[in-house]
Design a protein around this ligand. Structure first.
Ligand SMILES: [Zn+2]
Length: 477
């Protein structure tokens, strides 16, 4: 018998405040019986493909190079702005990058050829990233690796059901395929299940309300059945199971026609001197001709726009961006070789279930993510299995940069020194927990000459070498 398998379940967009005894009793019990990480953080921008890339590489976005869900790919032919949701776009970009889609190795690559399996029902772009360089076996409604896996899966569980709203049938199919075929037949060292709910319904209708609650209950029933099946087959006793989400979610306050607003303001150079890529709850600006100074009027315009949040630009000194009155991208783990020159998360409000402006929403005007509100940055994480403590709540901050190192540690593999995260030792039995005291850090930025006056504030918590972004906002007077 080999080492115990690691099973990672990513419930897309699941917020920690949704995992209550009333709404999600099975997941709540799973977390209570094992270890629940009470202060877990996503990465920024809180967009699925950015978060997927951090989950698999264990680094902040500035180091893996996938800056947003829509980005400017300098290496490609015009118009160069691509959305990363479709695997075809990533394949084109990968070709232009000569194979180096992500700038870091993934834990599946480190585990070795065919040691892992991925069952995925979110976008084909996210699925493609999970299996970057194709070390693992992948099953997605539109994407398989290797190709014969599709027939194998159909023989075991029938065809993948069509997408729905809520998308619970597909989630159910993937969970069933895991227990009926993948775990017993393929015996992966690490299995990742990336499920489309509750993110899919949150995009459609926002956070809260009866349909949202029903979807959470439905997802929880499926997870309950999955855990039961793992119990019956004896897998639960041996396996280490992590359940997390890639990011949280906000309801949309209003949709913004970003390019239209900039055109109306008479901003010059759009599409020639600089380019914008909007990515749900954030927009990325890239200087093309004339350098960063061509983006100064854009930053000035955004500062006055009521829907624009705090601005981040190329790293200057002491957490300040090179554009006056902005934060350094690096302060939030962004930027780097493939990063934008200026990044604007949309403004958010700390009301109700969390509200945020957005320029892109693929399912109407319901909900979104991508910004830097606590509602989107705080996400769910719990673990259970022989390697984890029972009945433990970890209050020290942790994050999705820690998932790849944790999976490697659980699989008995050394964690590469280049990862930003580290194993979740606080939850692991017999692990030496580093003596690191969490330190709250607050940063402020303003341009004293700006009218009207404004103040940007960013809060993050540092734990040893890691930091976790709590929120960042812009207040106008
Ligand atoms: Zn997502």
């Amino acid at each position: 018998m080999g080492p115990p398998p690691v099973i990672g379940i990513v419930c897309d967009g699941l917020r920690p405040d949704c995992v209550t005894e009333l709404l999600m009793p099975n997941l709540h019990a799973f977390a209570r019986e094992g270890t629940r990480f009470m202060n877990h953080r996503s990465v920024f921008p809180t967009s699925t493909r950015v978060c997927t890339s951090s989950l698999i590489t264990g680094v902040y976005p500035r180091r893996h190079g996938l800056a947003a869900n829509a980005l400017f790919a300098r290496e490609m032919k015009p118009p160069r702005v691509i959305t990363t949701g479709q695997s075809e776009n990533l394949i084109d970009w990968e070709r232009a990058l000569k194979g180096r889609l992500l700038m870091r190795r993934t834990f599946f690559q480190i585990l070795g050829k065919n040691a892992g399996a991925i069952l995925h029902c979110v976008s084909s772009g996210s699925a493609y990233l999970w299996n970057a360089r194709k070390p693992a076996r992948l099953l997605h409604p539109d994407l398989h690796w290797p190709e014969e896996l599709r027939a194998e899966a159909e023989e075991a569980c029938g065809p993948v059901p069509p997408a729905g709203a809520p998308d619970l049938k597909r989630c159910e199919y993937m969970l069933r395929l895991a227990t009926e075929h993948v775990l017993p037949k393929m015996k992966p060292r690490a299995l990742i299940l990336h499920l489309s709910e509750p993110d899919s319904i949150q995009h459609g209708i926002g956070v809260g309300g009866s349909v949202h609650r029903q979807t959470l209950r439905g997802l929880d029933r499926l997870l309950g059945k999955f855990f039961e099946r793992l119990d019956e087959t004896g897998v639960r006793r041996r396996a280490n199971i992590l359940v997390t989400s890639d990011h949280g979610a906000s309801s949309v306050t209003a949709m913004v026609d970003l390019e239209g607003e900039m055109e109306k303001a008479g901003l010059k150079g759009m599409g020639t001197a600089w380019t914008v890529a909007h990515s749900e709850g954030a927009a990325l600006f890239y200087a093309r001709r004339g350098g960063l100074k061509r983006l100064a009027p854009v930053a000035e315009f955004l500062r006055r726009a009521p829907w624009a949040g705090p601005l981040f630009s190329r790293d200057g000194k002491d957490g300040k961006g090179l554009l006056p009155g902005t934060f350094a991208l690096g302060l939030a783990g962004c930027g780097g070789a493939r990063g934008p020159d200026l990044l604007m998360p949309f403004q958010w409000e700390d009301e109700g279930d969390g509200l945020c402006y957005s320029s892109v929403n693929n399912k109407g005007s319901g909900g979104t993510h991508g910004s830097c509100s606590p509602w989107e940055l705080h996400n769910f994480c719990a673990a259970s299995g022989p390697a984890f403590h029972k009945n433990k709540e970890v209050t020290r901050p942790s994050g999705n940069i820690d998932i790849a190192p944790t999976i490697l540690a659980l699989a008995g593999r050394p964690v590469p020194a280049g990862m930003d995260g580290r194993p979740l030792h606080e939850g692991m039995r017999g692990a030496k927990v580093p003596k690191e005291k969490p330190v709250a850090e607050t940063f402020e930025a303003a341009d004293p000459g700006a009218s009207p006056e404004y103040l940007q504030t960013l809060r993050r918590t540092r734990v040893g070498k890691r930091f976790f972004l709590d929120w960042a906002k812009l207040e106008r007077s």
